[in-house]
Design a protein around this ligand. Structure first.
Ligand SMILES: [Fe+2]
Length: 194
């Protein structure tokens, strides 16, 4: 089993460096998404590791956007995160803000799903249900193709992420919608309670 900090300590660190509810929401969404993927892909015993990396992957972004993934190791060291944990966090910025390449499958999933959760979240907010529970892959694909929609979510990174996993884009979308459905309600409740 891979070592990772207790959730309480991880959440406290996240909140120490992030005040924006949108950033907390993104962190909680990626946490839940990574937990779903760990179980789905046969890494259930490391689900806490996958989830906690997801929770803290952007810990430095709000305050140090110019040093994203470079400031993170110092912050993560505050709660004793392992080298392996820090590598996983930093690798999601590969080719964008750092040169730590995603190697482990969990790192590739994080790299691919991070941007896509943003796109799914933006698409969900446009729906009458305001939810991804009734979202189909076909409607997400339309949003993906519309370059003006949620323009901040890099389509190239999402495509590159699917390639690194050896998955089709449809497959990545289908899985990530399911992952996001699994945690949407809990994330909304947590954000409401902030
Ligand atoms: Fe992120």
């Amino acid at each position: 089993m891979k070592a990772c900090p207790e959730r309480e300590a991880a959440l406290a660190l996240l909140k120490k460096y992030n005040a924006e509810p949108f950033h907390i929401q993104h962190a909680l969404t990626v946490e839940g998404t990574m937990r779903w993927y760990a179980n789905e892909l046969g890494y259930g015993e490391d689900a806490d590791f996958w989830a906690t990396v997801g929770l803290l992957h952007d810990v430095d972004f709000e305050q140090w956007p110019e040093e994203h993934c470079k400031k993170a190791p110092e912050l993560l060291a505050e709660i004793g995160c392992s080298e392996e944990f820090i590598h996983a966090v930093c690798s999601h910025g590969y080719g964008l803000c750092c040169d730590v390449e995603p190697t482990h499958e969990m790192e590739k999933v994080l790299f691919a799903a991070d941007e896509l959760t943003g796109l799914i979240g933006a698409a969900a907010r446009m729906r009458p249900s305001k939810s991804c529970q009734d979202m189909e892959v076909s409607s997400l694909k339309k949003k993906f193709k519309d370059k003006k929609f949620a323009a901040g979510c890099s389509r190239d990174v999402i495509k590159d992420g699917a390639d690194r996993l050896g998955w089709t884009l449809e497959d990545l979308m289908e899985k990530t919608i399911l992952a996001q459905r699994s945690c949407e309600e809990a994330v909304n409740a947590a954000v409401e309670a902030l």
